[in-house]
Write a protein that binds this ligand. Structure first.
Ligand SMILES: [Zn+2]
Length: 147
């Protein structure tokens, strides 16, 4: 397995976009703009069809066809369990990265039927926002990437 820097087709970063290859598979992620893809996401593949189906409307609207590699890139959704989740939010022409943390419910909240049986919630109401090229800052705030 090898990891090399590559040029991002979305934000054109050359030092924050990485390509990781095994013999038959290559994946890509850019930590500047948060877009990701892999060598299975060629047109008319099952893998691309599944990716489209599991993506939100916004993710599909801002997805991008990479003419050099002939694959489609999507914005990432990073779900790191207790660390929270990073996801794109907004509309096609006005979207941001959001980082929502997992917080412990207060005793009052735990009595609320909508949280029944849970001790934690994903705090989307207080999610932090980041610019489209600040994906790395969201990852740092989440604590999954160190300087
Ligand atoms: Zn990028």
């Amino acid at each position: 397995m090898s990891e090399v820097k590559t040029k991002c087709p979305n934000c054109f970063s050359e030092n924050q976009c990485f390509e990781e290859s095994t013999e038959h598979f290559t994946s890509y992620i850019c930590f500047k703009c948060g877009f990701t893809s892999n060598s299975y996401y060629k047109n008319d593949t099952e893998e691309l069809k599944k990716a489209v189906e599991s993506s939100t409307q916004l993710m599909n609207e801002i997805s991008l066809f990479d003419y050099d590699r002939k694959i489609t890139w999507f914005p990432s959704v990073l779900n790191m369990g207790k660390f929270g989740i990073i996801y794109p939010d907004g509309t096609k022409n006005n979207w941001v990265w959001k980082f929502a943390q997992v917080t412990k419910l207060t005793e009052e909240e735990q009595k609320d039927p909508q949280y029944e049986g849970h001790e934690h919630k994903l705090d989307v109401d207080n999610a932090q926002s980041y610019g489209q090229h600040e994906f790395m800052n969201a990852c740092k705030d989440m604590g999954i990437i160190k300087e």
